[in-house]
Design a protein around this ligand. Structure first.
Ligand code: FAD
Length: 382
């Protein structure tokens, strides 16, 4: 019997699949739509090392568990550790923290300026920074930003034989196995049994495992094409939290700014039109009204799914919950997928050794495509 079925082809499922296969477990992954189609393709791709938490004053536990992630990802991006992500694109090695219109508190500034975080001289500022009124400080954070579709492509190329397009519509556990009911493309029915299941279905985890305890954090993101120049930055307009988190992505002509941060949290209460108006106002306030004249906007609503925490606080790291032979996991962040995968592997190793090797099931089922970047699928820019 198959050792493990991984359900969900976002960053968590793909990273887990790679680690399980490398450890000798027979494993396949089932994805109902396209690889990355949930939160992963909507991620900004920032491999956080904890600086944002420091700005938000969210304690050190979060910072500590995430601090190792930029180096962990770099090891894979350089091909020094599995999974081999050398085919993935790094959009920038350094994300910036831009402090505008106020002095960073001395204590925070000194924390941010610790090892591997440097204050940039004016000559090193990206061009778009020249537009920002009252820009006081530019701090370089050693947090790379990855091109998410290319990360997904890198996994897809390596794991092709183990990844299938199928929706898991029901999951039952009996004494020594997990039994799944499947629905493939065009309603094709199927069944599968495995010794264990890893549930990495994001916001859908609790649908397959009602005992799973999760929390959702809604966001309303903004896409802006015709932006004034490439920029990867948290823009602080007050001392507390990033008003705008900006990443830049190439289009056939020009590029798009993908905007998150406080704007996307406040945007949940707004419809698309009102959020676009708000985004224009905030961009104009920071970069000057002229910067917005050629910009066209779209928005995207998406929920972050996390393992439930008391008081709905944000988890410090990946969250794993076990129910018999099923392990549900939420990486909390794209950046934390490697940590989630190591924890899942440790859980499995604690339960069983790899079984007999035989042919993998569902060999004739189709493979999912990789999800398109959000800006490729926008129907109308406003
Ligand atoms: C707007 C936004 C921006 C973000 N930016 C960042 C960032 O810059 N840096 C960072 O570190 N983190 C970021 N995050 C967080 C990060 O995106 C998530 O933590 C991470 O992508 C979660 O990955 P996942 O694999 O657990 O879930 P998902 O990516 O949601 O994947 C779940 C997959 O399961 C599939 N699925 C669901 N049900 C079934 C079923 N029944 N059968 C088969 N397949 C199923 C879905 O189609 C989907 O592909 C961001 C999140 C959001 C929403």
């Amino acid at each position: 019997m198959l050792d493990v079925v991984v359900i969900g082809g976002g960053i968590a499922g793909l990273w887990v699949l790679d680690r399980l296969a490398a450890a000798g477990f027979s494993a396949i992954l089932l994805e109902r739509a396209a690889l990355g189609a949930g939160q992963t393709i909507a991620a900004q791709g920032i491999i956080h090392g904890g600086a944002k938490y420091e700005v938000e004053g969210k304690g050190t536990a979060a910072s500590e568990s995430i601090a190792a992630m930029p180096d962990r990802w770099r090891a894979s991006l350089r091909g020094e550790r599995a999974p081999d992500l050398t085919a993935a694109k790094v959009l920038t090695e350094r994300h910036l923290m831009l402090a505008r219109g106020f002095g960073l508190k001395a204590e925070l500034a000194s924390r941010l300026l610790q090892a591997r975080r440097s204050r940039l001289d004016r000559a090193e500022w990206p061009e778009a920074c020249a537009l920002i009124a009252q820009l006081r400080r530019v701090i370089g954070l050693e947090e790379p930003v990855v091109d998410v579709p290319s990360v997904l492509q890198a996994f897809a190329a390596q794991q092709r034989e183990r990844v299938h397009r199928a929706e898991v519509v029901a999951l039952h556990q009996d004494g020594d196995s997990v039994r799944l009911t499947l629905r493939g493309p065009h309603g094709r029915p199927g069944e599968l049994a495995a010794r264990f299941a890893v549930l990495a279905a994001g916001a859908a985890n609790h649908l397959l495992l009602p005992a799973a305890r999760q929390q959702l954090r809604p966001l309303h993101m903004v896409l802006a094409r015709g932006a004034p120049g490439p920029l990867f930055a948290h823009l602080l307009v007050g001392p507390a939290r990033p008003a705008l988190t900006i990443t830049s992505h190439a289009l056939e002509q020009g590029f798009v700014w993908y905007l998150g941060g406080d704007l996307a949290e406040r945007g949940v209460a707004l419809d698309a039109e009102a959020l676009i108006k708000q985004a224009r106002t905030e961009i104009a306030a920071a970069f000057g009204a002229a910067a917005t004249t050629g910009m066209r906007f779209a928005t995207k609503r998406i929920d972050r799914a996390e393992g439930a925490m008391p008081g709905k606080r944000r988890p410090d790291g990946a969250v794993l919950q076990q129910e018999g032979r099923v392990l549900a996991l939420w990486p909390t962040k794209l950046a934390l997928a490697p940590a989630a995968a190591e924890q899942a592997l440790a859980w499995l190793r604690g339960k069983a050794s790899p079984g007999e090797r035989g042919p993998l099931p569902l060999a004739d089922w189709p493979r999912p495509e990789v999800a398109h970047a959000l800006w490729e699928d926008v129907e109308q820019w406003n």
